[in-house]
Design a protein around this ligand. Structure first.
Ligand SMILES: NC(=O)c1ccc[n+]([C@@H]2O[C@H](COP(=O)([O-])OP(=O)(O)OC[C@H]3O[C@@H](n4cnc5c(N)ncnc54)[C@H](OP(=O)(O)O)[C@@H]3O)[C@@H](O)[C@H]2O)c1
Length: 326
């Protein structure tokens, strides 16, 4: 039976739900022509995507917001049909900055609320105008990180109605436990957005999150753009994997569709980025087939436990999340 994406929502621990497939929107701002994100998000909504993943540091939230507002004005969707995830950047962790930062994002989007707001990384940087603050020697300037204090400020934003659900990103187990065990916790994280795909399947973090009713949102679900300026390209290209291709051939699907279906089928949200009309369409066509248990196991066995997104330039940050096993 063919199911529509509207039926493919995963419940969150706060009573809301998240569409299992979303459109990623990170594209290098210097090389992406203006308007590309706008047109891509409009097309995605026309096709049926209801979940858009964005961030202040992607420098295109204005285009995402314009696309959403255009589709609402056209009567194609209602605001409540759309699920937008925004992210709190590293320079905005101090509690007094959290609400003004979210309000700035809302203004840029032209929306009254976001559906999900997540702490993008568990590493605070020096607050200020510089997104990537560095000293005169080029060394990143970090800031005291107090994830619990940041979380409390986010809880206030939820109570003020600026955001429906709260989550985190790139948090390891210890950092999740810091929040989960915080005295007086009002709202648990609903989601943890982390790298997740057949070459990095996250079995332990996934199990921990399942136990705590936290949904994993898998970023780079088709293996990233392989942009060597921030991606570990020594790990082979996911989409060329012979097993993904073989399974895809059986169903008349591409390796990308198999990789996306794999995660969606095991309850992991996928947010593939594409600004190409053909591939935006292709990535949406994962609801008209399913993988057998054996195929799911074969894909799980592809795990290499190697990240494409290592963020090694920040590995000396006290809260760098990827030193621990998970
Ligand atoms: N929280 C975090 O720290 C974090 C980190 C990384 C990413 N993210 C989020 O996750 C999203 C997705 O991750 P990502 O952008 O790193 O990687 P991805 O979605 O795995 O891959 C995107 C790349 O694959 C290409 N592509 C898309 N569909 C394809 C298909 N069907 N066949 C072949 N190539 C295809 C895209 O190019 P075209 O556009 O030309 O199609 C782009 O170069 C991001 O956009 C962002 O929203 C979050």
């Amino acid at each position: 039976m063919e199911l529509t994406v509207e039926q493919h929502r995963i419940p969150l621990n706060d009573g809301n739900s998240i569409p299992v497939l979303g459109l990623g929107t990170y594209s290098p701002p210097t090389t992406t022509p203006k308007g590309t994100c706008l047109e891509s998000v409009k097309l995605a909504i026309d096709i049926g995507y209801r979940h858009i993943d964005g961030a202040y540091v992607y420098y295109n939230e204005n285009e995402v917001g314009e696309a959403i507002r255009t589709k609402i004005a056209e009567g194609k969707v209602k605001r409540e049909d759309i699920f937008y995830c925004g992210k709190l950047w590293n320079t905005c962790h101090p509690p007094e900055l959290v609400r003004p930062t979210l309000e700035k994002t809302l203004k840029t989007l032209g929306l009254d609320y976001v559906d999900l707001y997540i702490v993008e990384l568990p590493m605070a940087f020096k607050p200020g105008d510089a997104i990537y603050p560095r000293d005169e020697n080029g060394k990143y300037i970090y800031h005291k990180t107090d994830l619990c204090a940041t979380w409390e400020a986010l809880e206030e934003c939820k109570e003020a109605g600026l955001v429906k659900s709260l989550g985190v990103s790139n948090f390891n187990r210890r950092q999740l436990e810091l929040i989960l065990n915080k005295p007086g916790l009002k709202y648990k994280p609903t989601t943890n957005q982390v790298e997740c795909h057949p070459y990095f399947t996250q079995p332990k973090l996934l199990e921990f999150c399942r136990q705590h009713n936290i949904v994993i949102v898998g970023y780079s679900p088709i293996g990233t753009s392989r942009d060597a300026s921030w991606v570990n390209v020594s790990s082979p290209p996911l989409l060329e994997d012979p097993i993904l291709i073989r399974i895809g051939n059986k169903y008349g699907k591409t390796s990308a569709q198999v990789a996306l279906r794999f995660n969606a089928q095991r309850g992991v949200v996928v947010i593939p980025k594409s600004f190409n009309p053909k591939r935006i369409t292709e990535n949406f066509q994962i609801f008209d087939f399913s993988l057998t248990d054996e195929e799911m196991k074969d894909i799980e066995a592809l795990n290499k436990n190697i990240r494409y997104v290592e963020l090694l330039m920040w590995s000396d940050h006290p809260e760098y999340p990827f030193k621990e096993e998970y």
